[in-house]
Ligand binder design. Sequence first.
Ligand code: SF4
Length: 961
Amino acid sequence: MTTTQVQEDVRMLTLTIDGQTIAVPEGTTIWDAARKLGISIPVLCHDPRLAPVAVCRVCAVDVKGARVAQAACIRQVEAGMEVTTHSDRIERSRKMLAELLLADHPTPCAKHQKNGNCELELLGEKYGLLQPRRSASQKVTQSEVRFRPHVVENGHDPSSPVIAVDHNSCILCDRCIRGCDDIQNNEVIGRTGKGSHAHIGFDLNLPMGESTCVSCGECAAVCPTGALFNKSLTIDIALPQTQTIDSVCPYCGVGCAIRYHVKDNKIVQVSGRESPVNHGRLCVKGRYGFDYALHPQRLTVPLIRRPEAYPKGPLSEDVRGEDGQWQRKPGGIVDYAEVLPAFREATWEEALDLVASRLKGIRDQHGPGALAGFGSAKCSNEEAYLFQKLIRAAFGTNNVDHCTRLCHASSVAALQETIGSGAVSNVFADIQYADAAIVIGSNTTENHPVAATFFKQAAERGTQLIVIDPRRPQLADHARYYVRYKPGTDVAFLNGLMHVIIAEGMTDPDFIEKRTENFEALKEMVQHYTPELVEKLTGVPADHIRTIARVYGKARNAMIFWGMGISQHTTGTDNARCLISLCLMTGNIGRPGTGLHPLRGQNNVQGASDSGLIPMVYTDYQRVDNPAIREKFEKAWGVPLDPKPGLTVVEIAHGALHGTIKGMYMMGENPFLSDPNINKVRKALANLDFLVVQDIFLTETAEFADVILPASSFPEKEGTYTNTDRRVQLGRKAIDSPGQARPDWQIICDIATRMGYPMRYHSPKEVFQELAVLSPNLAGLSYERLGTTGELWPCPNPNEPGQSVIFTDSFPSGKGKFVPAEFAPANELPDTEYPLVLNTGRVLEHWHTGTMTRRSKALDAIEPEAFVEIHPEDLYALGAQDGDFVRVSSRRGSIILKTRIGVRTQKGSIFIPFHFREAAANLLTNDALDPFGKIPEFKFCAVKIEKMEGEGQHEQIAVVQ
Ligand code: SF4
């Protein structure tokens, strides 16, 4: 049923509240109807985002004819109802309830003391009940202890790095329990104890910091009192004294709407905002990972390498101390004390002149193809647009790329090839309309945590959630079906599903006939992928393959989501081709609750790609080798442009290694940690004649730079960012940059102008206008139109919102094309010397190379060190225990790190997060490329593990070769 149908079927009911007449849809509660009239009815246990439970009774109202007072938060309106919200009887009842609750409540509690908005104390103030009883710090007597003494002392639980728990302030309204269960679906908090000993508990009554709490902060956001309260991460100041600025989260592709609370040029706190993207929800990174911008290691002045610091190389190393622990350098990343002596401070004029003259010199001496640039998916659309314009128009080459190459390049290649567009067909929240949904190769709860809440809720409401991944993600706990196959056998498994769907007549022949081509070739190819053969290849029992095929094949509406478990393989494009074929053969596209959604990784990887930060295309995926398109851009930019597609990320690194790429401009990228086989990257970076790095911190890559330019961080500038749904949102400036740091867009313009290609813009808004004019799908968008919650592209009609579902009647390529893909093994299979399979990825608290998250106090405190996750049988076979140090080696390098035992990873495989420089997973990974998407095989390479003994435990990180 569509939303429109739902709206058409709704009956309106008329009632009076305090003498005022109102008509509201059937199903509205008295509390909501009163709010529409501007009548405020107090509540303690209710929050508009939660299902009502009516336990506090503070919202009780008189309804004419009713025997007893009715709880307004839960009682639905009826036609002709007459409601009185503030009669004497009702007010007396509220006063008594408030008095009873206040008798057991420290006054003022932390929330009231800080922000003046404890909802119970506000009620107490209203009824004149608020005399000091017991302060928040005063000890309770033993008889008053409502919690287990071994869990918390005096009711205070300080164990979480981000949330202070004060059980004494708790009124047992259950808002935190419902926030945890119903909004974030984490199910960590519950009630424990009986009678007067009842209190909230975490898991089996553990301290919060030792429980499975993921620190999303939803409990503190919904708590009406100071029972759950955000700790201060920067300055300790009350929120009412702060200024608020609406913006967007700087981390993942979900793009949650946030609100900065700012005082004295410091971000004090971040809260979630209502938006179609996140409905006020945030994860730990969005809510607590903001203080990186204030870190003392921020770059504040341009730096130029001293002559004595040549030849280039990594300038700092983290080492392990006597106790076997990593000796973390300040900030956990680069030791500035070791690195900074290699550079001297410079003026902007001097630094920019040097950058322009060196880049121009290389261009003029060796040709434009000797230059290249890496932009960033963390920068805004405007900055991405200007960066690729600079590389193309001023450098004269298409050698420009960014980390999309390392995440979804293969997905985009397959989507472009088959349907003519790399865009997601449906927004992720559309899962609410799906009868079935496949989530494959995506650790959604850690990489897209807020999107995962939508998936979990859909599963609870009846969507048949199918989670498929060799490493069991936490989302599998919420799924109807979980499928684990052998790593690298995705194509075989998906071909098996298609075989069953065709054999059992579950295709959509009408859709295939009208909207697709090449089906017969696919049908012929998948014919031999019988479930029995696929069982042998993948390890998934044949009957399970049939079951999953039937669930997806018979669903009226079904969606497919995927992540980097699909794309980061040498067969990444084939994997995505199979998912697209699965979708096309069942006609599951073009309607709500259907379609294809590769979950985008970084906050603006979609926007950076839309803005042309890709070597083969200008903005909006317009190919550089199409003469008509090229002419359009030559006219707009006023220079002749290179007709050849440029080199990709890994190809550029190869070029640097072999001396064909001589000069590079790196804006916000850190390939030293993010690219595969970083021993090779290290040699490539050291081999460059000239490297300029523009960033907010002195990254590992910046250690190789000739010039380092200090840039503004996310909250210090204005710009637009496009989330995984295609929603373009405005990030607003909240604080000033430190020292002489400047917005990236201004620095790019200065370099271009100095290189003889003047770029003069007055604001990001002006840049966006130019980008929108050159990009058909962005036409119609403007800063004015974006408002507070952004707009989806495409949005062809100025009077209608952007389209949440696209490809409804046709594909940009006309017909959708089936591209058959045969199963092929991974590039480097395990053998007797390297018997295990390494899988790499992210953890919830960290982001990319950790540049920002490891400089966030809270995130660093929660997940401070690298680990290798290993199956118990593999661990014990080594003679090692959980927490022991081991050496992990591949043919390319070797690292030492701690073990973490777990059954999420299957026997024969291990998992290492790639955020940690002191145990850089990409020293091990294979730089073999997918031939179409040119994405490296991050998710599969052969490794071995050895237990570290005695002295070996104190070895420095190994950087071999
Ligand atoms: Fe930020 Fe992503 Fe977390 Fe949302 S889910 S708060 S966008 S990191």
